[in-house]
Design a protein around this ligand. Structure first.
Ligand SMILES: CC(C)(COP(=O)(O)OP(=O)(O)OC[C@H]1O[C@@H](n2cnc3c(N)ncnc32)[C@H](O)[C@@H]1OP(=O)(O)O)[C@@H](O)C(=O)NCCC(=O)NCCS
Length: 190
């Protein structure tokens, strides 16, 4: 796999639009408390234009404020891209509020529906961990998923997630830098 985690770029405009159509068709626009649903509503009519997309890329390419009920935290975004194909994204919350500690975690991710079940999310989270651990100084990293989200649970466990507990419907895992590094070395040997 030659996909890479990169800063948002206008170079994948056409593929990004196709990916957002896939998300919409998959029902992502109606998911409650979803940042993607909010973006589909806010940016849906502006993404297709070169100017609108450039504005969006400029915004998500910087450090944004992730507004939570219990405070705002800095948030940055990387895209999982193979050539000119947009495949998914990872968001990093630089620190936790009490609600993020309980439910949201440090890292969120999504793979476009047409590219799922090909190992992208696992590779993408694996590539995201050194950014969290080394660039953002977060160790350990909290990653959570719904107890019904088998795919995401497998991704987190494959990346060295240590299960702590379940709070409401959220499974909570911690990923330590040492475990993630060991996993990456093992991956390179395969
Ligand atoms: C969850 C999600 C990120 C998985 O992405 P993906 O690229 O398909 O994941 P991978 O291909 O790396 O799959 C990892 C494992 O989960 C399994 N898997 C993936 N989707 C699955 C599903 N819907 N049901 C059961 N198993 C699934 C894969 O077979 C693979 O199994 P393995 O460990 O035996 O190899 C993707 O479905 C998605 O974007 N969903 C919507 C957003 C979301 O839920 N984000 C996570 C928030 S915590």
């Amino acid at each position: 796999m030659s996909a890479q985690l990169i800063a948002p770029t206008v170079a994948v405009h056409a593929s990004f639009l196709a990916a957002m159509d896939e998300f919409r068709a998959d029902g992502a626009g109606t998911v409650a408390h979803s940042s993607l649903a909010q973006e589909l509503r806010t940016w849906g009519t502006r993404w297709p234009t070169a100017d609108g997309f450039a504005e969006y890329v400029g915004l998500v390419g910087g450090v944004m404020d992730d507004e939570r009920v219990d405070g705002a935290v800095p948030l940055s975004t990387r895209w999982w891209v193979d050539g000119d194909a947009y495949l998914g994204r990872v968001t990093f919350r630089h620190r936790l509020t009490p609600s993020l500690l309980t439910w949201g975690g440090h890292i969120g991710y999504g793979v476009r529906p047409g590219a799922r079940r090909r190992g992208h999310a696992t590779a993408m989270l694996r590539a995201a961990l050194p950014i969290a651990h080394h660039e953002l100084g977060i160790d350990p990293v909290l990653v959570t998923c719904d107890d019904t989200n088998t795919g995401s649970r497998r991704v987190i466990e494959a990346c060295g997630g240590i299960f702590e507990d379940q709070r409401d419907d959220k499974l909570r895992y911690w990923i330590h830098e040492a475990a993630a590094t060991a996993g990456q070395q093992q991956q390179r040997r395969i």
